[in-house]
Ligand binder design. Sequence first.
Ligand SMILES: *Cc1c(COP(=O)(O)O)cnc(C)c1O
Length: 388
Amino acid sequence: MNGVANISLASESRLGRISFIDLPAQQRRIRTAVERRIQTVLDHGRYIAGPEIDELEERLAERAGAAAAVTCASGTAALIIPLFALGVGAGDAVFIPAFTYNATANAVLVTGATPVFIDIDPATFNIDPRDLKAQIAAVRAEGKLTPKVVIPVDMFGSPADYPAISALAAEEGLSVLSDAAQSFGGALGPRKVGNLATATSTSFFPGKALGAYGDAGAIFAQNADDVEKWTSIRWHGTDQLRKTSVRVGFNGRMDTFQAAVLLEKLNIFDDELAARHHIADVYNTRLSPIARPQRHLPGAVSGSAYYSLCVANRDDVVARVNEMGVPTAIYYTTPLHKMPAFEPYAPEGGLPATEQVCKEIFSLPMHPYLTPDQVDYICGVVEEAAGV
Ligand SMILES: *Cc1c(COP(=O)(O)O)cnc(C)c1O
């Protein structure tokens, strides 16, 4: 396609460098405000549990439509803390997708529980409620483990099928812990991410849609009892005076500097999310005829942390797209059940949909500072590479 080749030559002078995510552009926008916030922390000196932590927890809970938010050290800590609170441990089964970041499985294993890998829906890339039902039955039939928790992961920002999962969990007596590390800002119908499960964990790793300048995370609660337990666990399992250990805990706190940064990032988050949604709409319109973009559930609003799509000849397409100056990422080339650390938990017969998606998926640049010209160029390059 000559047209695209011409665009590509023009792009180097006209479009500048295209970034997969662009934290420097975001920083230019908020730099002065962030410096002011950091100075305030330097002045008051409460590096742990400073007033910014309380302010952030209130603002996060409000944005997520949750009763409360408990900030913590990372997205991984945000998964471990509620699992500890549930008393999950050796002999318990925790159901998770294998198409996720390793933290989801690590959080289960550090409690002593056993991860049971569930296949995904090949269109939404999220945990398949039908396979979940089948695997719960299989675990019960085998009689070695007790089904305790399911952790749906909202891949790339798109909420999992919480209505189906919650109904099944209620029937089976399981707790639902949402891994919303990628989906802060999303929603399903009238309910926001943060209020789709009893407990919702999110990550503020710098590369997530709402990112700190270091490691940070939060857990969204629906009741005071959970808040009390999680707050204790993140502070070495102590009581409210923080002296006596009343349960097993660890240091799972967010530090005040990260809260200060996140408060300024939260101020522009909705504006940034609107820009992400606009870009995702353009990608969907242009690329649906030639590829399979992630499908969202009816009524879902994605947190749009990443934009991912499947093509049959993925490696060729990605090589060509990169050649044309468009950066890509692959989340994930290897499903968890094929990684050495988690292979002992691999289901017999594998996970066909997960394995197929890992061969076909890749992610395009997704950040609020992409220009319309860049988005148009990226679409043209993918169209050409996918062989239109
Ligand atoms: C990033 C991520 C995590 C872990 O978050 P950290 O803040 O890096 O600990 C967990 N689950 C998923 C799905 C993630 O993408």
